[in-house]
Design a binder for this molecule. Structure first.
Ligand code: 8YV
Length: 322
């Protein structure tokens, strides 16, 4: 029987299916150091499945016959792909099924930050609504404004579609390569990063985290944004220099931010908690029941196909062994 190492909490039905087919080992923080548990269990594992854990030479070195790591995510910045290539270990992910859900959340953050929704909710519940609201409770308009999207992949395009069709927005984008096919669909205009930052009322970060996008938005970039602008991040925390953002929000260099991701997750004891002009969510971009089920199903299929000796559908790394 093949052995599967489950390296995070996964969907209960998928776990049950795995247990009926394979020898399944799960790791758990309650049992001590998780990396140590991975190092021990990975030695004779054929496959791994899970999310949210850094996997690299440090914990994978003991693997003797590992064929695949099936990630229940679309992003794969948690994995050392060069090392996996070198070891000829496949890495699969779960694209497409989370695109619309994540784009919905980007817009949720955009609207919430634009109109101070969480802050005003608290303010109202605390009984601070004693007279007609004034400038401190005002927000900024969304309809017809300029939306700048950094990273026009599947999710970036789904955000652009919402902005263009739903809110009559003027769409700008910055991307590694220009995408003329989208330029037509959403009337989107390609811009250099600084032009996008200078001209956008709303900036949404939807780029993958890689060496090029690490700290892409730092103090200089934030200083290029408009005073009434809103910054939204649904990609990875490290794309933004968090300290620089905290400074910009404190100094009201920009109007507000809506964040789903952080340099260090889970976010604890952050200065962001003291600021009323930031909306903080706990990395829930793809977190609807239906979408998480689809992601789990896809990850299960990727794993099963690989363990049956075929190439999984959504492979991140090289197609070695074919
Ligand atoms: C994951 C994500 O679902 O897929 C990704 O890349 O960022 C999230 O949507 C989440 O990290 C799963 O644990």
């Amino acid at each position: 029987m093949k052995k599967v190492l489950v390296f995070s909490q996964i969907d209960a039905d998928i776990l049950a299916r795995l247990q009926s087919q394979y020898d399944v080992v799960t790791v758990h923080p309650k049992l001590g150091d998780v990396n140590q548990q991975i190092r021990e269990a990975v030695r004779d594992a054929d496959g791994m499945i899970g999310a949210g854990r850094l996997l690299n030479a440090e914990n994978l070195a003991p693997a003797e016959k590992l064929k695949i790591i099936s990630s229940v995510t679309v992003g794969y910045d948690n994995y050392d792909v060069d090392y996996l290539n070198q070891r000829q270990i496949w890495l699969s992910n779960t694209p497409h099924v989370l695109t619309e859900t994540t784009a919905d959340l980007a817009f949720t953050l955009l609207m919430s930050a634009a109109r101070q929704v969480p802050h005003l909710d608290q303010w109202t519940k605390q009984g601070q609504w004693k007279r007609t609201v004034g400038a401190a409770q005002f927000g900024v308009d969304v309809f017809g404004k300029t939306l700048g999207i950094i990273g026009l992949g599947n999710i970036g395009a789904a955000i652009a579609r919402r902005g263009f069709h739903g809110f009559n927005m003027n769409v700008l984008y910055h991307n590694r390569r220009e995408k003329p096919e989208l330029a037509t669909a959403f009337n989107a205009r390609y811009c250099e990063l600084n032009t996008l930052l200078q001209q956008s009322d709303f900036v949404v970060v939807a780029v993958d985290l890689n060496a090029d996008s690490q700290a892409l938005i730092a103090a200089a970039e934030l200083a290029n944004m408009q005073k009434h602008a809103v910054l939204v991040n649904i990609s990875r925390g490290s794309v933004i220099d968090e300290q620089a953002l905290i400074h910009a929000l404190k100094e009201k260099q920009i109007f507000a931010a809506g964040l789903d991701v952080y340099q260090k997750e889970p976010l604890q004891d952050s200065e962001l908690f003291q600021l009323s002009n930031v909306v903080t969510l706990p990395h829930v971009g793809s977190a609807t029941e239906a979408t998480r089920q689809k992601m789990s199903e896809l990850a299960y299929q990727n794993l099963e196909v690989a363990l049956a000796g075929q190439t999984p559908r959504y492979l991140v790394n090289e197609k070695f062994g074919q």
